[in-house]
Design a protein around this ligand. Structure first.
Ligand code: ADP
Length: 247
């Protein structure tokens, strides 16, 4: 039995290589994505990524307010990641925290290389992310859902942006770190990835890794992104092709 992290009662990885939630080291949590869930948004998506539950609404391209933010050469992207007060165990204050401001920024930066904003000068595409329930890895889940919502809005994109984290738990690199592993583990690395262009658009690291572990962690996360990509595609084909395109 391997104990890991600060809470020594928590078995992060047992002698059979099984994690605290019963997964193998290379196994993601259950993922479900549904496109087009909000009738008042131009595009939308809902994702369940393990116990994360997140809804995303996309609006635009539309006029920019305030007007001075408009760029005559290109469209702009705005993103708001927000956790509802009931999304975590203790009530979260509804005002934007530093963490939410940071995550809004990194998700926007992760989507920007994929969105053909140059086709819509003077306009804005707004992405609103509402986390209804958070369980570790919510920025990856939100990024994957936002990418589907952008595609659902018909915004031209060079590629989807997929996302999945990897991390280090009980000295082992594992795929898709959950909340307990994030709190008690040794490292967490969220990755955003364009699967067809083979480009990383987001990489963050909380923790310490050796160069070899870092490489393995990136490879593991990219493997997870490829799995998420298949589920993103299915969400869109389910909406647009499962009913003769009449959805
Ligand atoms: P991510 O959700 O992308 O992994 P973090 O690593 O910052 O982002 O957060 C990990 C997890 O910690 C979140 O998914 C959530 O479950 C929990 N968490 C974040 N903020 C709060 C908060 N204000 N109160 C309680 N739990 C929180």
């Amino acid at each position: 039995m391997i104990l890991g992290g600060r809470d020594t009662d928590l078995v992060l990885l047992d002698e059979n290589g099984i994690r605290c939630d019963g997964r193998k080291i290379d196994e993601p949590r259950k993922i479900m994505i549904k496109a087009g869930v909000l009738k008042n948004a131009d595009g939308s998506a809902y994702i369940e990524f393990g116990d994360n539950k997140i809804v995303v609404g996309v609006f635009g391209p539309r006029d920019v307010h305030p007007k001075h933010l408009a760029n005559t050469d290109t469209g702009i992207l705005r993103c708001r990641y927000h956790m509802s007060p009931f999304s975590v165990e203790e009530r979260k204050k509804p005002a934007p925290s530093r963490r939410e401001i940071e995550i809004s920024k990194v998700i926007k930066e992760a989507l920007k290389p994929a969105v053909m904003l140059e086709q819509f000068p003077r306009t804005v595409v707004d992405i609103f992310i509402e986390v209804l329930q958070a369980d570790g890895g919510s920025r990856c889940a939100a990024l994957a859902a936002a990418s589907v919502a952008l595609a659902d809005a018909g915004i031209p994109m060079r590629d989807m942006v997929s996302a999945c984290a990897a991390g280090k738990v009980a000295d082992t690199i594992v795929l898709d770190v959950n909340n307990e592993e994030d709190q008690a583990g040794q490292a967490d690395m969220p990755v955003g990835y364009m699967p067809n262009m083979e480009k990383i658009t987001l990489i963050q690291l909380d923790g310490v890794l050796t160069p070899e572990e870092y490489k393995k962690c990136v490879e593991t996360a990219i493997g997870g992104c490829k799995l998420v990509y298949e589920i993103q595609k299915k969400a869109l084909t389910d909406k647009y092709f499962s009913n003769g395109g009449n959805n």
